[in-house]
Design a protein around this ligand. Structure first.
Ligand code: ADP
Ligand code: MG
Length: 340
């Protein structure tokens, strides 16, 4: 089997250059309030800003319902944002129609949480993986398509001779490899991996995380890696964005975030995540948050975290803390009136 030829690509982008800038992204869903009562917005994502560099992995972490998947889908324009900008290679994607989005589709791919549910059970592995390729390059020769699919199968750790099998003949981990091969077949510049290992056995999770890292080394694609699990994120991310009730609490490099979290919510999340070293695990202090996450239809005034924050004061109910780098070293961002 020959080496994989790169697909034709426009503009060359160097590792470390910014490829994605999300500014003040808002995604509100109207929730009907009953007969003649109109609707109220559910603020799934509110005023979210971050950037992503070429060949970088930014993790988005937060509890279930915090808006992680909504950010991923809004960035890919699978949802039309209520407000804000999604600037991809210098161009705002927000509001582009299907046709105007088409040239960018090849660059923006997604890997889903539940591999079996996201793959068509009546299609062979070969057809599943090749579909994005044949739909973008309908004139590509059948043999060339199959050769490329076989090469990608071997890159993701699947035996190329399995090309005519069906998804149900594979394990969960292998199905996720199929989903990843499909996402990678067009050599995208970015993939959104939405809880890609959450449905897999713990023993398989590390293999899939390692696979994504190996593919990133080879193809230099950027990743938005969405997860509720900090211990998974720790292995794969360069930077981490902590989300709570649709709002960014903190953005920092992985090491900074784990070694010196500044936002009280980040501190609580990290204190709840297991540490591999049993001595440290026994000795560490746990921060227990009181109460439940409020509804995104009626979020708290001011700082959305304040109703559960051990440090909350009057100011927190009155003023929304801006996500800024004031007083922070190395461009760390924290949205808190009283950060550590
Ligand atoms: P996460 O991925 O972090 O679990 P989601 O992005 O799926 O969170 O959801 C964030 C919030 O938005 C949740 O409160 C969810 O119920 C709500 N939500 C998501 N999609 C829709 C939709 N299409 N209509 C109404 N509410 C939605
Ligand atoms: Mg989700």
């Amino acid at each position: 089997m020959g080496e994989m030829k790169p697909l034709k690509k426009g503009q060359k982008i160097n590792v470390g250059e910014t490829i994605l800038e999300v500014e003040d992204l808002k995604m509100y869903f109207p929730i009907p309030q009953g007969f003649l009562k109109g609707s109220k917005p559910l603020k799934a994502v509110d005023r979210v800003s971050f950037d992503l560099k070429a060949a970088e992995t930014l993790a988005i972490v937060g509890e279930s319902g915090s808006g992680k998947s909504t950010i991923g889908r809004a960035v890919l324009q699978l949802l039309t944002p209520t407000g804000g900008k999604v600037v991809w290679l210098g161009k705002d994607l927000a509001g582009l129609g299907t046709k105007a989005m088409r040239p960018h589709r090849a660059d923006l791919q997604i890997v889903f949480q539940d591999p079996l549910a996201s793959l068509n059970p009546r299609m062979t592995v070969g057809d599943i993986i090749s579909e994005p390729l044949t739909s973008l390059y309908p004139k590509m020769k059948k043999d060339a398509v199959r050769e490329r699919v076989r090469q990608m199968m071997s890159k993701v750790g699947l035996l190329p001779q399995m090309i005519n099998r069906y998804p149900h003949e594979f394990s969960g981990g292998q199905n996720q490899r199929i989903g990843i091969a499909r996402a990678m077949i067009l050599e995208p510049r970015m993939i959104v991996a939405d809880e890609p290992v959450s449905a897999l056995d713990v023993s398989i999770q590390a293999q899939i995380v390692n696979l994504l890292q190996r593919l990133q080394d080879e193809f230099k694609m950027s990743m938005l890696f969405i997860s509720h699990d900090l211990s998974v994120v720790r292995h794969i991310s360069h930077r981490i964005l902590v989300l709570y009730l649709g709002n960014v609490m903190e953005i920092a490099s992985r090491d900074e975030l784990f070694e010196s979290p500044r936002h009280p919510y980040t501190q609580a999340l990290i204190s709840a995540a297991p540490i591999p070293d049993p001595d440290k695990e026994r000795g560490k202090a746990r921060i227990i948050l009181e109460g439940d996450i409020p509804s995104p239809v009626n979020p708290p005034s001011g700082c959305v975290f304040r109703t559960r924050c051990p440090r909350a004061q009057d100011k927190c109910a009155k003023e929304i803390p801006a996500l800024d780098a004031r007083g922070a070293k190395g461009g760390r961002l924290v949205a808190c009136h009283f950060p550590d």
